[in-house]
Design a protein around this ligand. Structure first.
Ligand SMILES: Nc1nc2c(c(=O)[nH]1)N[C@H]1C(S)=C(S)[C@@H](COP(=O)(O)OP(=O)(O)OC[C@H]3O[C@@H](n4cnc5c(=O)[nH]c(N)nc54)[C@H](O)[C@@H]3O)O[C@H]1N2
Ligand SMILES: Nc1nc2c(c(=O)[nH]1)N[C@H]1C(S)=C(S)[C@@H](COP(=O)(O)OP(=O)(O)OC[C@H]3O[C@@H](n4cnc5c(=O)[nH]c(N)nc54)[C@H](O)[C@@H]3O)O[C@H]1N2
Ligand SMILES: [Mo]
Length: 770
């Protein structure tokens, strides 16, 4: 195992990108021993003849750059291509009890899984098994279980082909229990946008970036989590288009950027200023902030009426395309500035400044991420963005629209091909017609429901198509003991993680190919498809040799499990599908003809093809055929705790990602842009809070959840860092803080865990400095 340098904090003052980025890429290529192997793969990353990067869902341009990847995409590639292996020899040397003491970093860094494994309770070890035995035994277990008690989880990476097969397998087996990572991520988007504009996805494509004249950025850390978008933002800024950012933290990538692939920028002190206004909204203050901007707009519009100048609101659009305008504006007018300033943590002047820019621009897009969706009122947040866009007709025209930045590289696509717990969201009739089985009608379990089912013992079986479920979900300390009570647990994975280390009575770990590897079936390299955050669908193929002969493609594993489980007589030819993905695509085209007709030719076009998004054409697929202004019921995104008196010792904690991780995959201990190295066990706080609460910079503290005191939820010790963050707010890393998030503390309606707003109290750590 690696020994880390002593933890270190020094504010970072350079731009994002630049030499720091280039150095960080070289470091990981070296560490993963892929310096010679990776560059070939990196040239193919996000190219028409290459593979889709696994690091984020941001769109890939029709005419790619010579190197169409970012620092974190390169890290993801190196991490997957690593020459390190976690093979049967490793498992015979380590018991699971021992491995549970390892860090997330050490587990994955040990390398790729190479053989199918079965847990042996006697020796407390994983032991190699054959694929045939694994399928047979898992199939036998599944056949003996009640389908309603089995959960089929998907982390958002698997291709459209594999995902389509997976949901079909679950439904043919008799279960709609298809939670996915989206349930912890952009489900607030899927619920909110569907109600507001009649589609569950964003309306913006890359072309809009070329025509926009105003970008508003809410709660998304582009520099770390979708760095390729910085190219579009840089182009936007070169046209002198304003970018207005709302984020409690001053994120480096939203301030300045140097393109590490541009020699002229790398060799000169030039960097691009990204945000032209930066508003450090309080955590959970966005609904109030957006209300404030709307209020300022209404006031400007009133003045225009008085003075006989052109209206600020787009009344034609509002009249012909929307409903609910009166209710919404009445609400906005009723909110006082004092209230809005208090809840948003921003001054009236700041909100008016943002409104002035908004009113001046003719084509505005709103970009957002987890800072909006992972709140108790995350759905309201998303709908507030739409309300503000509708006021000036900023949906359904070039250069304008709503742009959720999805996380996993195919998370949006998985939904498109049927991975959802809600059978009403899939074309049941066509599935039944083509595949000859009855789709169960009962609503399935989403992620939070699945966790509740596990806690209560109703869920007995769990199949995981990727991901690190036990580490990604809330309330980890309560979930871990319950997880071990499962009867059946099957995990399909590329690398070992903590989810695999708390075994069920019957547990298998099945190694699969990664995205970057060539997937040969009957000697033919297969292509596969994904859908990005802008609804664009591309064909891809792997370019590196597989990690070993015993590792199988995800599609083939799903088919193997399905054939071993389902009764003979269903009309799906799993064998043929898993050896020729064109056949799966043909089936997808039959079930979703509007989106996927002629897929075989369209997927190969440069830049792929776009799924139709009705709202982008100003067709509103809502019950009344109009876009909806939806009036919020409250200004507070999080009302579990009133952060004003008397709870002055409670801080609102956000859990977030460093620049050196992909979700629960920890690449290293270097959060460059935030200036932290050597550790992840830190809490970022405002200096006034540190003093007010009687602590000191560098002191180690325990964090305890301040709601539901009868359940003790605690993590630590974490070192205090004084940081530029609003008073009353704090930040620390995910997944280390997941034990603090109560399972019930999730967004209303979308059930996305409210991971960005956990009320916590701090106490001095009793433990000596480690
Ligand atoms: N390198 C890398 N890339 C990734 C990932 C990764 O872990 N590493 N994860 C992928 C996945 S699955 C996802 S979903 C995305 C996640 O990408 P993001 O959506 O950027 O998610 P987070 O890093 O959790 O941070 C969200 C941002 O929200 C801000 N924030 C927190 N609370 C609030 C609030 O109340 N209001 C506002 N306005 N802002 C707030 C935080 O300061 C932070 O900048 O990235 C994807 N891409
Ligand atoms: N507190 C807090 N909790 C959060 C969040 C937060 O911001 N704060 N964010 C939430 C969000 S947005 C998300 S998306 C979830 C993420 O939840 P998940 O998607 O479940 O987690 P990941 O960390 O992305 O999964 C990593 C594992 O996936 C496996 N893997 C990697 N590549 C492949 C592959 O190609 N195939 C297969 N089969 N397996 C593969 C590896 O074994 C690796 O260990 O976490 C959520 N949890
Ligand atoms: Mo995500």
């Amino acid at each position: 195992m690696l020994i880390y340098p002593k933890s270190h904090y020094q504010p970072y003052t350079h731009a994002s990108g630049g030499w720091g980025s280039a150095k960080s890429v070289m470091n990981i290529l070296w560490r993963e021993q892929v310096v010679t192997k990776a560059p070939g793969a990196l040239f193919k990353q996000n190219k028409p003849d290459g593979f889709a990067c696994v690091s984020c869902a941001w769109a890939k341009p029709r005419r790619p750059h010579l190197l169409e990847f970012c620092e974190n995409g390169a890290k993801a590639t190196a991490w997957e291509l690593t020459s390190r292996k976690t093979d049967p020899g490793f498992f015979s040397a380590h018991t699971l009890s021992e491995l549970r003491q390892w860090s997330d970093y050490a587990l994955e860094q040990h390398g790729r899984l190479t053989h199918p494994l079965r847990y042996d309770p006697q020796s407390d070890r994983y032991q190699p098994t054959s694929w045939e035995e694994a399928y047979r035994d898992i199939g036998a277990q599944l056949k003996a279980m009640d389908p309603a008690s089995v959960v089929f989880y998907a982390s958002g990476r698997a291709s459209l082909e594999t995902s389509f097969m997976y949901q079909l397998f679950a439904r043919a087996y008799g279960s709609n229990n298809l939670p996915d990572s989206s349930n912890m991520c952009h489900e607030s988007t899927s619920v909110g946008l569907q109600e507001s504009i009649g589609v569950p996805v964003g309306t913006v494509t890359l072309a809009d970036f070329e025509h926009t004249d105003g970008v508003f950025f809410f709660g998304q850390n582009v520099g770390s989590n979708s760095p390729r978008m910085l190219h579009q933002l840089q182009d936007v800024r070169r046209r002198d288009v304003p970018i207005i950012t709302f984020n409690p933290l001053r994120e480096r990538g939203l301030e300045r950027f140097v393109n590490p692939q541009s020699p002229s920028e790398m060799l000169t002190p030039d960097s691009t200023l990204i945000s032209t206004q930066y508003h450090q909204v309080a955590i959970g203050g966005d609904t109030a902030a957006i209300t404030g901007i709307a209020k300022a707009l209404l006031e400007m519009d009133d003045r225009a009426t008085e003075q006989g100048t052109p209206a600020v609101l787009d009344y034609d659009f509002i009249a012909s395309h929307t409903e609910g305008f009166e209710g919404f504006t009445t609400f906005v007018r009723r909110c006082s500035w004092a209230q809005l300033e208090h809840k948003s943590g921003l001054t009236r002047g700041a909100l008016e400044a943002a409104a002035t820019v908004y009113a001046r621009c003719q084509r505005v897009m709103f970009v957002y991420g987890m800072g909006l969706t992972q709140h108790r009122h995350g759905v309201t947040n998303v709908q507030m963005l739409v309300n503000l866009l509708l006021l000036r007709g900023n949906i359904g025209k070039l250069g304008a629209g709503i742009c959720p930045v999805r996380g996993h590289s195919n998370v949006q696509g998985q939904r498109t091909v049927g991975i959802t717990e809600d059978p009403k969201k899939v074309p049941v009739g066509l599935i039944e017609q083509h595949f000859g089985f009855k789709v169960p009608q009962q609503m399935g379990l989403c992620t939070v429901d699945a966790c509740e089912g596990i806690l209560e013992g109703r869920v007995r079986g769990f199949i995981g198509l990727g991901g690190n479920f036990l580490r990604a979900i809330p309330d980890t300390s309560r979930m871990e003991p319950a997880w071990q009570q499962l009867h059946l647990n099957v995990q399909v994975a590329t690398k070992l993680n903590r989810t695999h280390l708390l075994p069920a009575a019957n547990m298998w770990l099945l190694p699969c190919l990664g995205r970057i590897e060539i997937d040969r079936q009957n000697g033919v390299a297969q292509t596969y498809t994904t859908e990005d955050s802008t609804g664009c669908i591309h064909g891809w193929r792997g370019s590196a040799e597989p990690v070993g002969p015993h590792v199988r493609a995800e599609a083939s594993i799903v088919a193997g499990l399905a054939m071993a489980t389902l009764p003979p007589g269903n009309t799906i030819d799993w064998q043929a599908w898993s050896t020729d993905y064109a056949k799966v695509r043909a089936a997808i085209g039959r079930v979703y003809p509007q989106i996927f007709h002629d897929m075989e030719t369209r997927m190969a076009e440069p830049g792929g093809f776009h799924r139709p998004i009705a709202a982008a054409e100003r067709q509103w697929l809502t019950p009344t055929g109009k876009a909806q202004f939806i009036t919020p019921v409250t200004l507070a995104e999080d009302d579990d705790v009133n952060l004003a008196q008397p709870a002055r010792d409670v801080l609102q904690l956000m859990t977030l990602r460093s620049n050196d991780q992909f979700n629960t995959t920890i690449y290293g201990y270097e959060d460059r842009f935030r200036g932290v190295s050597g550790t992840r066990e830190v809490i970022f706080m405002h200096c006034n809070d540190i003093v007010r609460l009687g602590f000191a910079v560098g002191q180690r503290v325990m964090l305890t959840t301040a709601i539901e005191p009868e359940v003790k939820r605690q993590v630590g010790p974490f070192e205090i860092i004084a940081y530029d963050i609003p008073e009353g707010c704090a930040a620390a890393y995910y997944p280390e803080c997941n034990p603090l998030v109560p399972l019930w503390h999730h967004a209303e309606r979308s059930k996305v865990p409210a991971a960005k707003s956990v009320p916590v109290r701090l106490s001095a750590s009793p433990l000596p400095r480690g």
